[in-house]
Design a protein around this ligand. Structure first.
Ligand code: HEC
Length: 201
């Protein structure tokens, strides 16, 4: 009797397994490519989650690592082009990725795209989120390889807007262990500012 029941279970599994395989294929094909590109809107800014939404098993901003964004001018010149370098250092990391945005921090334009982000090599890509009109720069698959031991580095260009204001860069990066999963990865997140006073201020 028991063996008969197991037999029925096996048969039903066999009948359904091709369907499951097909469904899984559809799900995988529709999912954003990991780790080729993180999903948009995961910078930690303006209410967005960070990469921790999925890479969640370790604490945010663990003191064992350091995230920096170099090249952000304290005072920007309208329309000037700056090279920004995001860097994450963490001992024993094997792979890494990042996402950064540039938005007006406050005032009437708060949360709106500020200037233009552009890749300067194939380690970085920039996508425009149509829904929000915000650009997100992020690693590409080649960009997940470390620049030096324990060090990930990505360079991109930012052209400042014509408008005056205070701009916030939200940068989030993860120090991954290269196990092709979202676990065991340390996520870091931070903010950097650049300003241009309105005339008369
Ligand atoms: C919606 C879920 C999700 C979010 C959000 C997410 N990831 Fe991932 N990520 C995954 C999954 C799942 C994998 C493992 C799949 C794989 O490696 O093929 C992964 C793998 C990676 C890897 C390779 C890890 C390793 O150890 O091999 C990197 C690097 C990475 N993600 C970077 C990021 C960064 C940077 C962000 C945030 C800007 C981010 N991810 C946000 C789901 C996510």
């Amino acid at each position: 009797m028991l063996s008969n029941q197991i037999g029925i279970t096996q048969i039903s599994l066999m009948r359904f397994s091709p369907l499951i395989v097909v469904l899984l294929g559809v799900v995988l094909a529709r999912a954003p490519g990991y780790p080729e590109a993180p999903p948009v809107a995961h910078t930690g800014g303006f209410g967005e989650p960070t990469c921790q939404q999925c890479h969640f098993d370790l604490p945010l901003n663990d003191p064992g690592g350091a995230l920096t964004l170099d090249g952000v001018p304290d005072d920007y010149a309208a329309g000037a082009r700056y090279l920004l370098t995001a860097q994450l250092i963490r001992p024993e990391m094997r792979r890494s990725g990042f996402q950064v945005s540039a938005r007006f921090a406050d005032g009437a334009r708060a949360g709106q795209q500020a200037g233009l982000l552009q890749p300067v090599n194939d380690h970085v890509d920039v996508v425009l989120d149509d829904a929000s009109a915000i650009q997100y720069a992020h690693h590409t698959k080649p960009g997940t390889h470390l620049a030096a031991p324990d060090t990930a580095r990505w360079t991109l260009a930012w052209t400042a807007p014509e408008a005056a204001g205070r701009i916030v860069f939200h940068l989030t990066a993860n120090a991954a262990n290269d196990d092709a999963s979202e676990f065991g990865d340390y996520v870091y997140s931070g903010t950097w500012f650049s300003s241009k006073a309105t005339r008369g201020e």
